[in-house]
Design a protein around this ligand. Structure first.
Ligand SMILES: [Zn+2]
Length: 164
């Protein structure tokens, strides 16, 4: 995006561009915005209630049996909303990881942290922070999903923990 803006400024003297679809002139703002948003979680309320009780719940399509994470209300394969709530298997295999040094503003107060993707034994892939030294973590290793409290915000979250 930054490159696009720079190119437009060079060409037009202003950060403006034409929308491909409508042909309307658009202003590309240079400032980053700080947003606070409120989204409804009513459709996936059991997930949050489960977390409070130390359970990781998610949805499973009653028709094809596919398990989704994060939980969702509709199965894209079957195109139906016939889902049931099931407990997620806690163990899986680490697929990939990356250490985040350049953090988004909301995590700015954290030390560099590791984000990993693991494939759980019952199917879904899960993206979560990985606990421990990332230099000791390798794709293919066994990991376990644990519920923890994210210290700085003080709220419940889940994280991947290497299985010793
Ligand atoms: Zn389905």
């Amino acid at each position: 995006m930054k490159e696009v803006i720079e190119k437009q400024i060079k060409e037009f003297g202003l950060p403006v561009m034409t929308d491909e679809k409508s042909g309307a002139l658009q202003w590309l703002d240079l400032r980053e915005l700080n947003l606070r948003y409120i989204i409804s979680i009513e459709n996936i309320k059991p997930f949050f209630e489960g977390l409070k009780e130390g359970k990781l719940l998610t949805t499973k399509c009653k028709h094809c049996g596919r398990i989704f994470f994060p939980p969702q209300r509709d199965c894209p394969s079957c195109r139906i909303s016939d889902m049931e709530w099931v407990e997620l298997s806690r163990e899986g295999t680490l697929e990939t990881l990356t250490v985040i040094f350049v953090k988004p503003p909301s995590f700015g107060s954290y030390d560099p942290y590791t984000v990993a993707i693991a494939k759980l034994d019952d199917g879904p892939r899960i993206t979560a922070w990985l606990k421990g030294d990332p230099r000791k973590a390798k794709p293919g290793m066994r990991v376990r999903l644990e519920i923890s409290k994210r210290e700085k915000e003080g709220y419940m979250m889940y994280e991947l923990v290497p299985v010793e």
